[in-house]
Design a protein around this ligand. Structure first.
Ligand code: AN7
Length: 394
């Protein structure tokens, strides 16, 4: 197992603390597919560490992540006329988002490398997750977040898990710039998704989808922020394919928020990727203008025959309401971007109804209660009598 540059192909040993190639390219972990266990995909006892032989760590800092439910969305499937619609509900992870998959592997790696301080920039979920796993591992976590632009639940998590929370006057991209520099100069281990070991944990979403469904869906639809998760899931499916476990691959469909959509814009305008200076969206989790993993994400969409799309804040909030009110699934706004994107692509005739779709709902709705409460006026209280209730009962 080695680290390999996706741009120039140069290789580095896995036990070197390194986040990028000398040429500046992104690194990926090359798994030795001769040594993985291909006989475990029986649909039983699904948890992240079931796939240990596919993961590049020996230590294990765990809070029992993965094994998240794959719901069949019967109601919405019917409403939209889609043959098969599922949601892989990553909000069911220990800290309420898919980031736990990356952190169980990433923090385990930090310990293997002998690091006792970890750091990340975050729009919220990464900070909550890193804080929890650092607590479990007994090491120090620093989390840099855009001041005033992180959902309440996520902030509460990072604080109570004991991380040093550092608000930054700026957006996620500004915070990440500081973190990258700190990791090279201050002896702290960076656990943003540029760190290839994070993506190794997150690729298990692909393993689990196949394990739970016992087949490969035609399409996987997910929100894109820093563009790590779409890259990770694609890597997971490709490994299954190369190891001979599956014989087809899904299309990867990445959804961004309109106000933070550098990938969707470049894709649709068929031009070079350019970062956005002032990302803005109600979905604060994906309020990112310069996704660090964009080259990997671009490859994932290109190789898989998928697409990038963007959706408005209004479409995101409507999709959030639909998932909750039609399926009993309360997800945070960023996660609802997946359904919003699916609806938009259907409406525009860009995707087929007679196919299967798995939405990745990346984070729990309780992370960001304000988004709901601020848009809802609680009715006046009634007198404590049946009569009073009868009058307001609709
Ligand atoms: C709920 O926490 O970037 O494209 O710093 O929290 O892999 O970045 C969060 C990202 C989607 C986008 N859904 O995933 C962070 C952070 C939710 C998220 C994404 C995020 P990537």
């Amino acid at each position: 197992m080695v680290l390999r540059c996706i741009r120039c192909g140069r290789e580095y040993p896995e036990d070197e603390v390194r986040y990028r190639c000398e040429c500046g390219g992104l690194l990926e972990v090359v798994i030795d597919l001769d040594k993985v266990d291909t006989n475990i995909f029986d649909g039983k006892n699904v948890t992240l560490w079931k796939y240990e032989s596919w993961l590049p760590v020996k230590k294990r800092v765990t809070l029992n992540e993965g094994g998240t439910p794959l719901y069949k969305l019967e109601n919405l499937g019917k409403d939209l006329g889609i043959r098969e619609l599922y949601a892989k509900n990553e909000g069911a992870n220990p800290t309420g988002s898919f980031k736990d998959r990356g952190m169980t592997v990433g923090v385990s790696k930090a310990l293997e490398l002998g690091m006792d301080k970890v750091i990340c920039a975050s729009t919220g979920n990464t900070s909550a997750s890193l804080a929890a796993y650092a607590a479990k591992a007994g090491i120090k976590a620093y989390v840099l977040v855009p001041s005033g632009k992180i959902a309440l639940g996520k902030l509460a998590q990072a604080i109570i898990y004991g991380a040093q929370v550092v608000p930054v006057k700026g957006n996620f991209d500004d915070a990440l710039r500081i973190v990258v520099e700190a990791s090279s100069k201050l002896g702290v281990y960076m656990l943003n998704s540029i760190n290839p070991f994070r993506l190794e944990g997150q690729k298990t979403i692909a393993y689990e989808i196949y394990d739970q469904l016992q087949e490969v869906p035609d399409n996987v639809v997910l929100p894109v922020g820093n563009a790590g998760n779409i890259s990770a899931i694609w890597k997971g499916f490709k490994e299954l394919y190369e190891a001979g476990v599956i014989d087809k691959l899904p299309r990867m469909i990445g959804i961004q928020a309109e106000g933070a959509s550098p990938l969707a814009k470049a894709w649709k305008e068929k031009r070079e990727f350019r970062p956005e200076e002032r990302p803005e969206t109600v979905a604060t989790a994906i309020r990112i203008g310069n996704p660090a993993n964009w080259p990997k994400a671009w490859k994932a969409v290109e190789e898989s025959g998928g697409t990038f799309e963007s959706v408005s804040d209004k479409e995101i909030l409507e999709a959030q309401r639909l998932l909750a009110s039609r399926e009993g699934l309360f997800v945070e706004p960023a996660s609802a971007a997946s359904l919003a994107g699916l609806i938009k692509l259907l409406k525009n005739g860009e995707i087929e109804k007679d196919e299967s779709y798995v939405l990745i709902t990346t984070g729990h709705g309780l992370k960001d209660p304000n988004i709901v409460i601020d848009n809802f006026r609680l009715p006046e209280p009634i007198e404590p009598t049946l009569e009073a209730f009868r009058r307001v009962m609709k």
